[in-house]
Write a protein that binds this ligand. Structure first.
Ligand code: NAD
Length: 356
């Protein structure tokens, strides 16, 4: 299959990526290359030990740590961390963690224009995008700006080895969703499609190996490679139904991010496969069956949660979810109708197999 298009435009962010087990120990070299002397290290409270570890690698190139990164990037936390960065005269942000920590680093960069080094410990992919989601007064808004794109990414397989298997699986499916939706994006380029297919392939081959041996460095490395590719696709092209639905479910019903992506993905892809089977054929080729069914079977075999009801969503909420998800029109390869989305949500709620 060819990803050639007669017309396209493509953009790649100027990002330096270093990949390898143990590469985090070279973070001081990266600070030198940026000309930075005063890094502020960010983590979540749960990953505070990593802040200490990185302070050791940075030596006198670090001026402090903020270990308060939290879900949904609340604006008050970002303002507190920004005030600390300014008070310490930080000249670089070093964000070590999952999408929440990366999000905090981006929020500081938005307010200060400081350069960022992102060291991901999940597969969410935020480090590879210029997208920032922030929450204020219970409302999550998203912006895109080159200011928030991290300048350097260190992908170290040893850091994802601690990710529990359950989170590994949901985080991987979260990443795969970026690639699957990227395949039918209106603004896709041959490059984004090549990355999407290779990212999906990397997860298909390495996730079962990680589940069998969670600390296997080669298998973890390949999943992280998949995360980089899938995250880069997210940073380059627009998303559609799947991401909009997950945003609605997460924001309005407080459902957990990665688990929601994991459950909705096969259903959203099956819905769109009815309209663009050719564009989703690579997914069917990789996973067998139809594109949605193949992903559903892969998720099931990986032990992913399969039903929104298991995340606490009530059946009585499905009507409101369908209303909310169709309130603001957006582009999708298949027209988004209220009835169609209600049916999709019912199947995802019950954990049913998608039709194709
Ligand atoms: P997360 O960053 O919220 O982490 C979840 C929990 O896992 C945290 O308690 C964290 O401390 C812990 N954790 C992280 N890595 C670990 C590891 N290796 N071992 C053990 N525990 C670990 O989860 P996430 O799924 O990575 O990120 C979700 C957030 O990222 C959401 O807010 C989402 O909107 C955002 N996101 C943004 C983009 C973007 O481009 N802007 C892309 C993807 C996700």
């Amino acid at each position: 299959m060819s990803f050639f298009r007669e017309e396209f435009s493509a953009r790649s962010a100027p990002v330096r990526v270093r990949f390898g087990a143990g590469v985090r120990r070279q973070v001081a070299e990266e600070l030198d290359l940026l000309g930075a002397r005063r890094a502020l290290i960010l983590t979540t409270p749960q990953q505070a030990a990593l802040a200490d570890e990185f302070a050791g690698y940075c030596g006198d190139h670090a001026v402090g740590r903020f270990i308060g990164a939290t879900m949904h990037t609340p604006v008050d936390v970002s303002e507190e961390a920004t005030a600390l960065a300014l008070a310490l005269k930080a000249d670089c942000i070093l964000a070590v963690g999952g999408g929440s920590t990366t999000g905090l680093g981006k929020a500081i960069a938005l307010r200060t224009d400081l350069p960022q080094i992102a060291v991901p410990t999940t597969y969410a992919g935020s480090e590879a995008t210029g997208i920032l989601g922030q929450t204020e007064g219970g409302v999550k808004t998203t912006l895109t700006s080159p200011k928030v794109q991290p300048e350097v990414i260190l992908y170290d397989a040893e850091l994802v080895a601690s990710l529990p298997v359950g989170m590994t699986v949901t985080s991987a499916l979260n990443a795969m969703a970026h690639a699957a939706e990227g395949l039918y994006a209106r603004d896709r380029s041959p490059l984004s499609s090549l990355m999407a297919v290779e990212g999906l392939r990397a997860f298909r081959d390495s996730l079962p190996r990680v589940i069998a041996a969670p600390t296997d460095p080669a298998a973890r490395g390949e999943t992280l490679y998949g995360a980089w590719l899938c995250g880069t696709v997210l940073g380059q092209v627009g998303m559609a139904l799947h991401h909009k639905l997950c945003h609605t479910l997460g924001g309005s019903f407080d459902l957990p991010h990665a688990e929601t992506h994991a459950i909705v993905l096969p259903h959203a892809i099956a819905f769109n496969a009815a309209a663009v089977p050719d564009l989703l054929a690579p997914v069917a080729d990789l996973f067998g069956g139809g594109p949605g069914l193949g992903l559903w079977q892969f998720a099931k075999e990986s032990g992913a949660p399969m039903a929104l009801r298991d995340l606490g969503l009530k059946e009585a909420d499905l009507d409101r979810a369908a209303d909310l998800a169709t309130a603001n029109p957006y582009w999708n390869p298949r027209p988004v109708t209220r009835d169609g989305i209600r049916r999709l949500l019912q199947a995802a709620w019950a954990g049913e197999e998608p039709a194709i």
